[in-house]
Design a protein. Structure first.
Length: 284
């Protein structure tokens, strides 16, 4: 019982720490904003609970639409820029003569990459948004750290448990805590990735009357015509060969069956005549 009471005391201690962290986050969230730079500044009364020099965390998302006279050349330039800035695509699609890309860029060189992408073609429109996730980031980081420390306490206590009841109780708590840690860890990793790799949604519009992806040249049409004719000839020859290989033997077999059953041999005819003769004799 003493050990169980000790465990409860430990849990209450960590719960109090978590509540204290949440309270500090709440006070930070109520900080006033400076209109000159949109960076939250803590009130003087909260100076002890909020660090104004804290590293801000942003999720940056941008979109850019360009017009190009040569879509293939634009693709080549885009590939070169992405290699230069170690960027990568998470989604690519083509519709008519328009290319759509979702690009992820390292945050420290995002600005240079975005400005260079603008040089690929004539800008139709672009926009950029910055979501401040500082409070969410540090709150999630703190709660995850607290739960990991609590997990260590549980594991230490498990090694000291002396009966089955205590072991099962602690193992249940460990399993539940492990699930929470894994879930929060995935959320934290996803948030980190969104912060470390801003997203650029790029649209490249090619010439409207020059669809390089769907227009066939005369040579391609002639080639396709001959390919179609060749396919027709090969199909016809295959059918004829099949008729020769399978049709003639099948016809011979059917002819033999007819001769045996109904023709000159006429087994079925003879059996039928014999049955009729017996029936006639029985009636007399």
């Amino acid at each position: 019982m003493k050990k169980i009471l000790l465990l409860l005391c430990v849990i209450q201690l960590f719960s109090a720490c978590a509540k204290k962290a949440d309270s500090a986050a709440g006070r930070a969230e109520s900080a006033s904003y400076d209109s000159s730079d949109n960076v939250p500044r803590a009130r003087e009364t909260d100076a002890e609970t909020y660090n104004s020099d804290i590293s801000r965390k942003f999720i940056v998302t941008a979109s850019l639409t360009l017009y190009l006279t040569d879509l293939e050349k634009g693709e080549a330039i885009l590939t070169e820029i992405m290699g230069k800035y170690n960027a990568y695509t998470t989604e690519t699609s083509i519709y008519n003569n328009v290319l759509y890309y979702t690009i992820k860029v390292p945050a420290d060189i995002y600005r240079e990459c975005f400005e260079e992408l603008k040089t690929i073609g004539k800008i139709k429109n672009f926009n950029e948004s910055r979501e401040d996730v500082t409070l969410n980031y540090y709150d999630l980081e703190g709660r995850l750290k607290t739960k990991r420390e609590l997990m260590k306490k549980y594991q230490e206590y498990l090694g000291k448990a002396i009966n089955i009841e205590e072991i099962m109780t602690v193992e249940k708590q460990i399993a539940e805590l492990q699930n929470e840690i894994e879930r929060m860890g995935k959320d934290f990793t996803k948030l980190n990735n969104s912060i470390d790799f801003p997203t650029i949604r790029l649209v490249l519009n090619g010439p409207r009357n020059n669809n390089v992806y769907y227009t066939e040249s005369i040579g391609d049409k002639i080639k396709n015509l001959f390919n179609g004719f060749g396919g027709y000839v090969s199909t016809t020859i295959t059918i004829l060969i099949g008729l020769i290989i399978y049709g003639i033997p099948t016809l011979i077999v059917l002819l033999l069956l007819y001769l045996i059953l109904f023709g000159k041999i006429g087994i079925l005819k003879k059996v039928w005549r014999l049955l009729n003769d017996r029936k006639t004799k029985s009636v007399k």
